[in-house]
Design a protein around this ligand. Structure first.
Ligand code: ZN
Length: 130
């Protein structure tokens, strides 16, 4: 039910991309466990290294808005997140599900499928309070 709205939000966000150099406009939208949707778009800088990907913007928007558990993410146009974004997503939920539309059908892929054997917080020697 949320997947179609999520894809539509990603599409709408894509229209606001700032991608004058690569022309690779992307939109993303994330769903939290309370059913709220947050969106983001590609924001490029001339030096490229400061570019922020749509997934990162959407997740940061959700975190800034107080979202506690992010559960699904859609990208527009349909694509898989890059490695940096996979790491970014995994930070907030190792069980994130990516939603995309292909050949008119809504499909999903899990973080385990996208990013197996990942480095995460469990690899750090953190005290239990962090
Ligand atoms: Zn990315």
């Amino acid at each position: 039910m949320f997947d179609k709205a999520l894809i539509e939000a990603a599409h709408k966000a894509c229209e606001n991309s700032h991608a004058p150099y690569s022309k690779a406009s992307r939109g993303a939208a994330v769903l939290d466990s309370d059913g709220r949707i947050y969106s983001g778009c590609t924001v490029e800088l001339a030096n490229y290294s400061g570019t922020v990907h749509a997934e990162q913007v959407a997740i940061a928007s959700a975190i800034a808005s107080g979202a506690k558990k992010l559960v699904r993410l859609a990208l527009y146009p349909a694509d898989y997140p890059c490695g940096i974004c996979r790491q970014f997503m995994r930070e907030f939920n190792p069980e994130f599900v990516v939603v995309y539309q292909q050949d008119g059908e809504i499909r999903t892929v899990t973080m385990d499928e996208l990013y197996p054997n990942v480095f995460g917080r469990e690899n750090l020697q953190l005290p239990p309070t962090l």
